[in-house]
Ligand binder design. Structure first.
Ligand code: GLU
Length: 312
C-alpha cells in the first residue's frame, strides 16, 4: 500500500498540469467564469490526519454535493418519512431529466437527482419558512465542517435562480402530483441557495468525515445520525452519486461519492477517510474529469475500494 502523503502529492502534481481537463459547466452563467486550470485535493482520515495538495484551500461551488448534507438534515428532521417522497434507485438519466417523473407519477428516483433534491428541500421547509430552511442546511454544513466561515455564494445562487427554468419545471411538475407540498418558489429558493454553498476541498473533506465514522461526530463522539442511516446514505452515494455515470464511477473507484457540476467530488472510504477533490472541467455526464481520475488513483493506491477484501 502506498504512503498516503506521497500519493496525494504525486496525484496533485501530475493532474495540476494535465492538458485534457474536460469542460467547465456553462449552463449556470456564474459557473462558466471559473478557470479550468484548478485542481485541489484533501484527505481527512477517520482518525483526523489531514493531507492536502494543489488548490485544496480555494473555495468552489459545491452544487449537487450539497444534496448529501440536505439529505442528512431531512433525515434528522423527518426520519424515514423522507422515503415516502423520494425513491432509492439510480436514475440512469441526466440529473435534470423530466421524462422519468412523468412515467413515475412525479416521484423522483433518488434524492441526488435534481427532482429528488428539490423534494428534500420541500420537506426541510415544512413547518418553517424558506429562510429558516436554508439557514438550517447552512448551519448543518458549518457544524459538520466545524467552520462558521462557510457561506452561500449569492452570485451563483442568483445566477441559478434566473436560469433555473428546468428546475422550476421539475418542481411545478412534482407539485402537481402533490409530491412537494410547499410553495414552489420558496422550495426552489432553498434548492438554489443550497447548491450555491461555497467550500474548499479541506472544508468539504472535514464535513464528510462523520460519514466515514458510521455517523459519529468526530468532535463530540456522539452520533449525528444513526449508523444504519449512515450506511444508507453511503449506499445511495455509491449507486446514485454520479448522475448517469454512477455505475462507471463504482467500477473505476469503488467508493460512495457525490459529485457536483462545480467540479467537486466528496468521496467516503468507510472506516478510513473522507476525501474531497475539485477540478472544474467536467466529463460529458457532468462529473469532474480530473477529480474522478484522482479518486481512481487514490483508491487503487490505498486499496480503499469498498469492494476490496479488508487489507488491514
Ligand atoms: N444547481 C445545479 C442544478 O440544479 C446542480 C447541478 C449539479 O451539481 O448536479 O442545475
Amino acid at each position: 500500500m502506498a504512503d498516503l502523503a506521497t500519493l496525494v502529492t504525486d496525484i496533485a502534481d501530475r493532474l495540476m498540469t494535465r492538458a485534457e481537463r474536460g469542460r467547465v459547466a456553462d449552463y449556470i452563467p456564474e459557473l462558466a467564469k471559473v478557470s479550468p486550470g484548478h485542481f485541489g485535493m484533501a484527505v481527512v482520515t477517520a482518525d483526523g490526519r489531514e493531507f492536502a495538495a494543489g488548490d485544496a484551500d480555494t473555495g468552489f461551488s459545491i452544487q449537487s454535493i450539497s444534496k448529501v448534507f440536505a439529505l442528512v438534515e431531512a433525515s434528522c428532521r423527518h426520519g424515514d418519512a423522507v422515503w415516502s417522497m423520494v425513491g432509492r434507485e439510480p436514475s440512469g438519466s441526466a440529473f435534470n431529466s423530466i421524462i422519468q417523473l412523468e412515467l413515475e407519477a412525479g416521484r423522483p428516483r433518488n434524492p441526488f437527482i435534481n427532482a429528488g433534491a428539490i423534494a428534500v428541500c420541500d420537506l426541510i421547509a415544512q413547518g418553517q419558512d424558506s429562510a429558516d430552511a436554508i439557514a438550517a442546511i447552512l448551519a448543518r454544513v458549518r457544524a459538520l465542517a466545524d467552520d462558521d466561515s462557510i457561506d452561500i455564494d449569492t452570485s451563483v445562487a442568483w445566477s441559478e435562480a434566473v436560469t433555473g427554468f428546468r428546475n422550476a419545471a421539475l418542481a411545478n411538475y412534482m407539485r402537481s402530483f402533490g409530491v412537494i407540498a410547499g410553495p414552489v418558489d420558496a422550495t426552489l429558493s432553498v434548492y438554489f441557495q443550497q447548491c450555491a454553498i461555497a467550500m474548499s476541498c479541506r472544508q468539504l473533506a472535514r464535513a464528510g468525515r462523520f460519514l466515514s465514522l458510521g455517523g459519529v461526530d468526530p468532535g463530540t463522539g456522539l452520533p449525528i445520525i444513526s449508523a444504519e442511516r449512515t450506511r444508507r446514505i453511503n449506499a445511495l452515494m455509491l449507486t446514485c452519486g454520479h448522475y448517469d455515470a454512477s455505475g462507471d464511477f463504482a467500477f473505476r473507484v469503488g467508493l460512495p461519492a457525490k459529485s457536483g457540476v462545480g467540479g467537486g467530488i466528496l468521496a467516503i472510504a468507510p472506516g478510513r477517510a473522507s476525501i474531497a477533490v475539485w477540478s472544474p472541467g467536467l466529463s460529458a455526464q457532468g462529473n469532474s474529469l480530473l477529480g474522478t481520475l484522482a479518486l481512481e488513483e487514490l483508491s487503487q493506491g490505498m486499496g480503499w475500494s469498498v469492494f476490496n477484501p479488508d487489507v488491514d
